[in-house]
Structures are given as structure tokens and as C-alpha cells.
Design a protein around this ligand. Structure first.
Ligand SMILES: Cc1cc2nc3c(=O)[nH]c(=O)nc-3n(C[C@H](O)[C@H](O)[C@H](O)COP(=O)(O)O)c2cc1C
Length: 182
């Protein structure tokens, strides 16, 4: 599987390292696109070492990487997907490498979003509305966050599923196969 992993600025970004590690061990190719804020949680170097490929953070560093990488991917997984990324995606904003690459993903290609955030953020009506908007596009699969004791100390929904589950969801999305037409 050619897996394109999008990482945004959430406390669970470190768990995405385990997704890359597990995917590589399972024989998959992985490329990583990070938001600038994600690099405040995990260094791109960590992902580069784990996936054996350069990481994209700056849309303008390599002219057409966002198009080429979007075409390259057989499955796209955004984990963690921040509240901010969900909102931007729902509104069609493409003001960083992740947003721009997501916009360029060919129609029918599986795109999985794994939101993770504080419970109040998750339950916020605007976040829930953005999720409904995204689901209505029939382009994205939302991997629901898990209920647990979160990094902030609160208990409730908002936790990123285990890396193994995220990888299994990506593999299942590929198996589900035939890209849907636009
Ligand atoms: C310590 C810390 C942890 C954060 N964790 C999350 C989180 O888990 N989920 C989330 O949506 N935002 C979280 N945020 C807020 C985002 O980092 C912030 O909204 C940022 O603008 C997201 O940028 P991005 O979506 O471009 O990556 C956190 C912020 C800080 C300082």
C-alpha cells in the first residue's frame, strides 16, 4: 500500500510515528505531510527516519509535490486531524501543504480522517457541523475518536484510536478497493 499520512497539530501527533513504524514493518510505503503546527509536536526528522522519505511541510519548497504526492497515494490517512484541519477542509481552504495536498487527491481515492482533540472541542457544535459537512461530500471516512482519559486530564471522546487500528482501517479502505466515481 502507498499510504500518505497527514499529521496536524495535536498532542496525539506522536502516535502517528507508530502508525508509520507499523506500516513500514507491514511492508507498506509511507509518505508524510505535516502542517507547520504539527512540527511543533513532532520533528519532521522523526517521520523522515521512520518512513525513509522526505517529509512535506512547505507547499512552496518543491513546486508540484502536493500534486505528485496526492496522485501517488493509494490511501490517505490524516491522523491526528485537528479541529482546525477539519474546519479548513470542510470550507475548502488549502493554505498549507496538507490542505493543498488533500484538495489534490484524485476523486474516488480513500481519504480517512482521524480527529483527535479535547472532549469539549470534539463536542463543539461547529466541529460536529464540519464533520457532517465533510461526511455529506461522500469523499471522506471519519474514524471516530475513542473515549478515554485524554492528555489534558479530561475523560471523554476525543482520543486517537490505537495506531494498529488506524493502520488496519487504511488497509481495509484499500481492500474495499474500487475507487468511487466523482
Ligand atoms: C499542547 C497542545 C495540544 C493540542 N492538542 C490538540 C489536539 O489534540 N487536537 C486539536 O484539534 N488541537 C489541539 N491543539 C490546538 C492546535 O494545535 C491548534 O488549533 C493549531 O492551530 C492546529 O494547527 P493545524 O491544524 O494547522 O495543525 C493543541 C494545542 C496545544 C498547545
Amino acid at each position: 500500500m502507498k499510504l500518505l499520512l497527514g499529521v496536524s497539530g495535536g498532542i496525539a501527533a506522536y502516535k502517528s510515528c507508530e502508525v508509520v513504524s507499523a506500516a513500514r514493518k507491514a511492508g507498506h510505503e509511507v509518505r508524510v505531510v505535516m502542517t507547520p503546527n504539527a512540527t511543533r509536536f513532532v520533528a519532521p526528522l522523526t517521520f523522515e527516519a521512520l518512513c525513509g522519505h522526505k517529509v512535506m511541510v512547505d507547499t512552496f519548497a518543491d513546486a508540484l509535490d502536493h500534486i505528485a504526492w496526492a496522485k501517488w497515494a493509494e490511501v490517505v490517512l490524516v491522523a491526528p486531524a485537528s479541529a482546525n484541519v477539519l474546519g479548513k477542509l470542510a470550507c475548502g481552504l488549502a493554505d498549507d501543504a496538507l490542505g493543498t495536498t488533500l484538495m489534490a487527491v484524485p476523486r474516488g481515492r480513500p481519504v480517512l480522517l482521524a480527529p483527535a482533540m479535547n472532549t469539549e472541542m470534539w463536542l463543539h457544535p461547529v466541529v460536529q457541523r464540519n464533520l457532517r459537512w465533510l461526511e455529506a461530500l461522500d469523499r471522506y471516512t471519519i474514524l471516530a475518536p475513542v473515549e478515554k482519559r485524554l492528555a489534558c486530564g479530561d475523560y471523554g471522546p476525543g482520543g486517537l484510536p490505537d495506531p494498529g487500528e488506524l493502520l488496519a482501517a487504511a488497509e481495509a479502505a484499500l481492500q474495499a478497493g474500487a475507487p468511487r466515481p466523482a
